[in-house]
Design a protein around this ligand. Sequence first.
Ligand SMILES: Nc1ncnc2c1ncn2[C@@H]1O[C@H](COP(=O)(O)OP(=O)(O)OP(=O)(O)O)[C@@H](O)[C@H]1O
Length: 166
Amino acid sequence: MKNILKITLAILKPDVVKEIRHRILKAGFYVVQSRSVNLSHQQVEDFYSEHAGRFFHQRLVTFMKSGPIHVHILAHPEAIQLWRQIMGPTKSFSTQFEFPDTIRGSYGLTDTRNCTHGSDSFSSALREIKYFFPNFSYEEWSEKHEPLLRKGECIIDYSTFTHKIK
Ligand SMILES: Nc1ncnc2c1ncn2[C@@H]1O[C@H](COP(=O)(O)OP(=O)(O)OP(=O)(O)O)[C@@H](O)[C@H]1O
């Protein structure tokens, strides 16, 4: 029996989608839920409230509301760490040289326009998932869907970019 699946929240920021979806599947993630959303100024302010007052805050807000973002609940035994590893470090400028094969190393344009977000802990993931998927119940998913995904009883639906239980 494979290891229990854990979950993270991934955001594909406005500058990348198709290539990143390919990397998500290639890494062995299950896509639990997906949605695309255009964030309002206030929503970006709320999501990144911990960065209020930082020198990059205004450019982060302007960037994040500049187009649709794609938000995913991803499942994998090492969901948090694996997604952060695939993204690479926050700062794209140095990451281009230090970790060129990561998402941010490959496609990041600046330290702010860095393609993706990933939760930094399980508690952050639950909080962030609630922000974007208020009806998602982690307890219910763990009980009903996680065991089926772990057994591989699912198929990727490209039109919604989610794994459907068979
Ligand atoms: N020094 C910086 N200069 C410019 N932009 C920055 C800087 N630090 C962070 N940012 C922007 O703010 C976002 C949130 O910063 P945070 O420190 O939470 O980084 P992170 O955890 O790697 O990124 P994320 O939370 O998006 O996964 C970053 O993804 C980036 O877009």
